[in-house]
Design a protein around this ligand. Structure first.
Ligand code: AMP
Ligand code: MN
Ligand code: MN
Ligand code: MN
Length: 277
């Protein structure tokens, strides 16, 4: 069976390894079909494609778009996109554009609770000046000993309601799906089990996504528990969505699940890649 992994990050967004190093890391863990899905950015794709080919992996173009839906941040993965498509490229540039100011504001708020120098501190971890992420702040807060690990930083400082949380308005659901489809790709709701929606709101998200032309949801991801694999497999089938699978790998030793450890999709679902090769 092919090992397919369609969600991970390089240092072009908030991962730690360069795109080629992520490709090598994935291949060593047995991945046969691989997509790099950096946040709001396709700049890593050319290097990732070359490295995947050198490693003998089938490469799938990807991106993970930040959107705001019902006042919550949701992530929409685009796969099989033409990364040069102007509508997509321009949309992503707009989506990225507020990140630097948001980073400065996060640092201002952290300073009020005694964490000084966080903008400069986070910047040391930023691989792409257009893409300052909360993850970079989290790495800095671990570095200075404010927390023991990254999940703790999110719990204590960077999640909604915590001192370093700065609300941000990302792209709309419709824009993200239209950019992806306009670039010839398929849209996938990333890690649906991670959002704090009621069942009703989640159903509305799925309905709206379906109406807009969304294709799939992630079923097996590093962000889901094994119980959630079962729940989202059933939901994929009941909504008529295809199912996707990916670690959401960010860094060796940091991510909850590394490439070798993620289980396959349940047999009951239709993989999003069923008609790709
Ligand atoms: P941003 O796009 O700057 O808001 O950052 C979002 C990123 O933060 C996600 O893609 C994850 O990599 C990371 N993240 C969010 N919540 C958590 C969490 N609870 N634990 C670890 N990482 C998280
Ligand atoms: Mn991330
Ligand atoms: Mn995500
Ligand atoms: Mn991700």
């Amino acid at each position: 069976m092919l090992k397919v992994d369609l969600h991970c990050h390089s240092n072009v967004s908030d991962g730690v390894l360069a795109p080629a190093a992520v490709a090598q890391h994935a291949r060593k863990a047995g991945v046969d079909v691989w997509a790099l899905t950096d946040h709001d950015e396709v700049g890593g794709i050319p290097a990732a494609r070359v490295a995947a080919q050198e490693q003998g992996m089938r490469f799938v173009t990807g991106v993970e778009i930040s959107i705001t839906w019902a006042n919550e941040t949701v992530h929409i993965v685009g796969l099989q996109i033409d990364e040069k498509n102007a509508g997509l490229v321009n949309g992503l540039a707009r989506t990225r554009s507020g990140r630097d100011n948001r980073g400065r504001e996060i640092a201002n708020q952290l300073a009020k609770v005694g964490v000084m120098g966080a903008y400069e501190g986070a910047l040391k971890y930023v691989g792409n000046p257009d893409l300052m992420s909360r993850t970079h702040f989290a790495r800095y807060l671990v570095e200075i000993g404010a927390c023991a690990n990254i999940p703790d930083v999110f719990k204590k400082y960077l999640s909604e309601g915590k001192p370093g949380y700065v609300p941000h308005c990302w792209a709309s659901l419709a824009d993200s799906v239209n950019w992806i489809r306009g670039a010839g790709g398929v849209a996938v709701i990333a890690h649906p089990g991670r959002y704090k929606f009621s069942q009703l709101a989640q159903g509305q998200l799925f309905d709206e996504f379906k109406q807009l032309g969304g294709t799939a949801i992630e079923v097996v991801t590093g962000s889901h528990t094994p119980e959630q694999y079962v729940v989202y497999a059933q939901l994929a089938n009941s909504y008529g969505f295809l199912a996707s699978r990916g670690t959401d790998f960010h860094a060796p030793g940091e991510s909850r699940v590394d490439f070798a450890l993620l289980p396959p999709l349940p047999a009951s679902v239709t993989p999003v890649w069923h008609d790709w090769f």
